[in-house]
Design a protein around this ligand. Structure first.
Ligand code: S3P
Length: 432
């Protein structure tokens, strides 16, 4: 997202209070897409307020789906399901900055009997799409791209089910193929190299589909009809990560987070932060449409270091920027390995983190697939760049809380991609 905005973050003494997060981005995208191809109406409460999920809604409108935003505080979206058949768009589908929109929705448009073009902003136009192009092509779609990057021109058809071994761990790709499989003839069987977040599977079941899972393999039968749901989207754990890490910086801090998504395929951050010393207790736990939702009580302690590798890296992929940003303040530091995917996110997140940490005076070792950040460091406030990446902007506003002096973050407005209310929520929790 391009803009001239900037934010100044001053050091804090403590983090204290309670917060409830806007709806989870991963679940909001999936619910909106499934509501669009379900029979009957859906009502989605606490829908993500981020620009990415608005991009999904915009694309759905271009595909003939009727939806409305209800006025009021609860971010309610009412979607009129179109059944499995959408309408040919008369212009390019604008996916904005959203990798989730282009990758997951491509599975649905590939199963329509028309051609769609999907495009996005400069950052999205650099992101790799072969990961969805290859399997969707095997299922029968015809897809043109710019050397594997957007814009994509997808000529949909009557897809046929496939058995596909995913070469990389990606929940976006798995979800894309499950959506395509739902619209295809026969069965689609997907094997993932590691278990990734299962919101696609959980959401499909919530809308009435049946799926089978055995280990790391999931199978869906095509032609099943979905029915609309009334749901409340749990609070976004990846947005809560910034406040959890802020609390982790201050021994004695006290934070309560309500209505928080706690799906075990997503909540590995809680394990890691607890291993590092943060005290977390779950004071309430419910299951809503197959997703675990809870209230957390958090208390800061001295933070130990950790190493994040392999399956842990994949499970923490969206939380790595903020973990890296607090790493210099931990006792032993943090090492991240097997994180090549970070280089093809909204920015090259390894490079963005390294540049910003060094600008704050930190010692950091950059590696092709990760970083090593020693602990026990003192950072100074600095002028930083968000690189147009929402998670980088938010991560460094957390690092700034323990720095000496003020930190200015350029192009901070991009936080709105996932969490427009972030800076005011943070100000409400910090004490100076
Ligand atoms: C997402 C999966 C992850 C994550 C992204 C959201 C999802 O991407 O980084 O923010 O909702 O499935 P990959 O599937 O590319 O790992």
């Amino acid at each position: 997202m391009q803009s001239e905005s900037q934010v100044i973050v001053r050091p804090a003494l403590d983090v204290r209070g309670s917060v409830s997060l806007p709806g989870d981005k991963s679940i909001s995208h999936r619910y909106a897409m499934l509501a669009a191809i379900a029979d009957g109406p859906s009502r989605l409460e606490n829908y993500s307020t981020g620009a990415d999920c608005a991009s999904t809604l915009g694309c759905l409108r271009s595909l003939g789906v009727k939806w409305e935003r209800r006025d009021g505080a609860n971010n309610i979206i009412e979607v009129q399901g179109s059944g499995s058949t959408l309408t040919a768009p008369n212009r390019s589908l604008d996916c904005g900055n959203s990798g989730s929109t282009i990758r997951m929705l491509s599975g649905i448009v590939a199963g329509q009997k028309f051609t769609s073009e999907m495009a996005g902003d400069e950052s999205l136009s650099r992101r790799p799409m072969e990961r969805v192009i290859t399997p969707l092509t095997v299922m029968g779609a015809e897809i043109k791209s710019q050397n594997g990057r957007p814009p994509l021109r997808i000529s949909g058809c009557n897809l046929h089910g496939i058995s596909y071994k995913m070469p990389l761990a990606s929940a976006q790709v798995k979800t894309c193929l499950l959506f395509a499989g739902l619209l295809a003839d026969g069965e689609t069987r997907i094997a993932e190299p590691l278990r990734t977040r299962d919101h696609g599977e959980v959401a499909l079941r919530a809308f009435g589909a049946q799926l089978e899972r055995k280990g790391n393999e999931v199978c869906i039968r095509g032609g099943q009809r979905l029915r609309g749901i009334q749901a409340r989207v749990p609070g976004d754990l990846s947005s809560a990560a910034f406040f959890l890490c802020a609390a982790a910086l201050f021994p004695g801090s006290q934070l309560t987070i309500g209505n928080l998504l706690m799906n075990p395929t997503r909540a590995h951050l809680l394990d890691i932060l607890m291993q590092m010393g943060l005290r977390i207790s779950v004071t309430q736990l419910d299951e809503v449409h197959g997703e675990l939702v809870g209230t957390l009580q958090v208390e800061g302690e001295r933070l130990k270091g950790t190493a994040i590798t392999g399956a842990d890296t994949a499970a923490l992929i969206d939380e790595l920027p903020v973990l890296a940003a607090i790493a210099p303040y931990t006792e032993q530091g943090i090492e991240v390995r097997d994180a090549k995917e970070l280089r093809v996110k909204e920015s090259d997140r390894i490079a963005s983190i390294v540049i910003n940490l060094r600008a704050m005076g930190a010692e950091v070792e950059e590696r092709e697939d990760g970083l090593r950040i020693p602990g026990g460091q003192t950072l100074r406030g600095a002028e930083l760049n968000s690189f147009g990446d929402h998670r980088v902007a938010m991560a460094f506003s957390i690092a700034a809380l323990r720095a000496q002096g003020e930190t200015l973050i350029r192009d901070s407005q991009c936080a709105a991609i996932s969490y427009p209310e972030f800076f005011s929520a943070l100000e409400g929790l910090v004490e100076r």
